[in-house]
Design a protein around this ligand. Structure first.
Ligand code: NAP
Ligand code: ZN
Length: 359
């Protein structure tokens, strides 16, 4: 018989887990593996709350394996390193994002695209090679293969920097891959949540003109004054949407639920590119006429590889890009999840794990 989660590994660990599709989280005792030769043991300081955590906690993608400890925007301190670990020392601040393992041999891994490896091991709701479950960052400590640990630049604050480990790389990577970084070009960012607000800031750091495309009129002043967007479009405002037709070179679509693509495709110029990163279990309708007649491109993107994630952290540190966060205690997580489901967060919850996770 399989061992219980608190017995399968030698190190006692503690976190908060969702047990069923209500998504409600509660205290959970489990265990972590012994630090291997290639491993880094990390004491978790902060962890961001991504909308993916909510999708998984509520089984909205249909493959949640309960109990699930979410959290893949982890910043912590190195407590122990294995004998073969070269990049990290005890006491350093490090980051862990969405993935903690891959085969390291396939074509994707060889191109530093571990995120697209068929055997990617996700930080939570996945399995290690020994068959035990992975548990995420809403917990006190984690043991991670050094290839999947990031150097955390000194001048990046832990709280505002944590969300870059998922939200940041998920918008940075497609901008680089699809060639959406030419200074002066016009970027639309659909959905002003965790990913969207970081996309605005990264877009500005690349020298783009940035327009937020939002369903929430109340976000306008902040988008411009605080986040640095050049303009703001509310999707329900037909007059302004019409005036903006054919004005954008690129769009990053971060909307977390089913929505029509036609209004977004119509905003693009000839040869415009739309990259969708939101993840939900229903298909989107792809209108063919605007696509074909305008030689437009629709693409997708899943986070980024480890090398590029490091590059993104260094880029954000250099350009002063951080997330706007609301720091919360662990026992506020269920309220935070409720608020996230209603788009009531500016713009990322980050759990102060080290000072609020008590047994
Ligand atoms: P979030 O903070 O909740 O932001 C999502 C935003 O989408 C909301 O703030 C809202 O912005 C807009 N929105 C939500 N529902 C809408 C609807 N029905 N119609 C129109 N607009 C709607 O979420 P997030 O953490 O940024 O994540 C966004 C999505 O990306 C999630 O589905 C998440 O799972 C996915 N994700 C994907 C990857 C990847 O690798 N591809 C990585 C991380 C996350 P407005 O109020 O401005 O309209
Ligand atoms: Zn995420």
């Amino acid at each position: 018989m399989a061992k219980s989660p608190d017995q399968e590994h030698p190190h006692k660990a503690f976190g908060w887990a969702a047990r069923d599709k209500s998504g409600l989280l509660s205290p959970f005792h489990f265990s972590r593996r012994e630090n291997g030769d290639e491993d880094v043991t990390i004491k978790i300081l902060f962890c961001g709350v991504c909308h993916s955590d909510l999708h998984v906690a509520k089984n909205e993608w249909g493959f949640t394996n309960y109990p699930v400890v979410p959290g893949h925007e982890i910043v912590g301190t190195v407590m122990k390193v294995g004998s073969n670990v070269k990049k990290f020392k005890v006491g350093e601040r490090v980051g862990v994002g969405v993935i903690v393992g891959s085969c390291k041999k396939c074509e994707s891994c060889q191109q530093d695209l571990e995120n697209y490896c068929p055997q990617t091991i996700f930080t939570y709701n996945s399995h290690y090679t020994d068959g035990t479950k992975t548990y995420g960052g809403y917990s006190d400590m984690i043991v991670v293969d050094e290839r999947f640990v990031l150097r955390f630049p000194d001048n990046l604050p832990s709280e505002g920097g944590a969300p870059l480990l998922c939200a940041g790389i998920t918008v940075y990577s497609p901008m680089k891959y699809y060639g959406m970084t030419e200074p002066g070009k016009h970027l639309g960012v659909a959905g002003l949540g965790g990913l969207g607000h970081v996309a605005v800031k990264i877009g500005k750091a690349f020298g783009l003109k940035v327009t937020v495309i939002s369903s929430s009129p109340k976000k306008e002043a902040e988008a411009i004054e605080r986040l640095g967007a050049d303009s703001f479009l509310v999707t329900s405002d037909r007059t302004k949407m019409k005036a903006a037709l054919g004005t954008m070179d690129y769009i990053i679509d971060t909307v977390s639920a089913v929505h029509p693509l036609l209004p977004l495709l119509s905003l693009l110029k000839l040869n415009g590119k739309l990259v969708t990163v939101g993840l939900f279990d229903k298909p989107l309708e792809l209108p063919i006429f605007p696509l074909v007649l305008g030689r437009k491109l629709v693409g997708g993107n899943e986070i980024g590889g480890m090398k590029e994630t490091q590059e993104m952290l260094d880029f954000c540190a250099k350009h002063g890009v951080t997330a706007d966060v609301e720091v919360i205690r662990m026992d506020y997580i269920n309220t935070a999840m409720e608020r996230l489901a209603k788009y009531d967060v500016k713009y990322r919850f980050v759990i102060d794990v080290a000072s609020s996770l008590s047994q």
